[in-house]
Write a protein of this length. Structure first.
Length: 167
């Protein structure tokens, strides 16, 4: 019976359970301090992985052709908006877990202060290091996309405008 319970607890900590907004939003925090910390660590790790993938140029929406064509125009004007929303949802959910750890501060757990401090450090690193990197990359990509759009419009005017006057 103990093995079945442990398997049930670890299934919610698998990587695919932290891959999209719905799974992050539906995440709950159990009463055990170590399980709360594991959940927070997995959520922060998922957010950092999403940021790393965005910075390297990999996009999750490229896997599905329907969403790729549907979101192409939105992605061109507003790059990495889905990644930023996912990271913000992860940050909010991790803060909820941290608040739950702080509520348990009255427990007589020997490592609770260390766990809270360690979790706060990982959230601060996400806020101060990783999110600004994503926002900076996003702004650069927006600027580049605007330049590309202007060049396309200019070429369109030159080619079709020039052909109009030649005829």
């Amino acid at each position: 019976m103990k093995v079945e319970i442990n398997n049930a607890l670890t299934s919610r900590l698998e990587e695919e359970n932290f891959s999209d907004m719905e799974s992050i939003d539906s995440r709950y925090f159990p009463d055990d301090i170590y399980d709360i910390k594991k959940n927070i660590d997995k959520i922060v790790r998922a957010a950092i992985e999403k940021i790393k993938n965005a910075l390297c140029g990999y996009n999750d929406t490229e896997k599905d052709p329907q969403t790729r064509f549907k979101n192409r125009f939105n992605f061109f004007l507003n790059p990495h908006i889905q990644d930023l929303e996912f990271v913000e949802a992860c940050l909010k959910k991790a803060e909820v877990g941290l608040n739950k750890l702080r509520i348990k501060k009255n427990d007589k757990h020997p490592n609770l202060r260390y766990i809270i401090y360690n979790t706060e450090e990982s959230l601060v690193a996400l806020k101060t290091r990783w999110i600004p990197m994503l926002e900076e990359h996003r702004e650069k990509k927006k600027k580049r996309n605007r330049i590309i759009a202007m060049v396309i419009i200019l070429l369109h005017v030159i080619i079709y405008g020039g052909l109009y006057y030649l005829l």
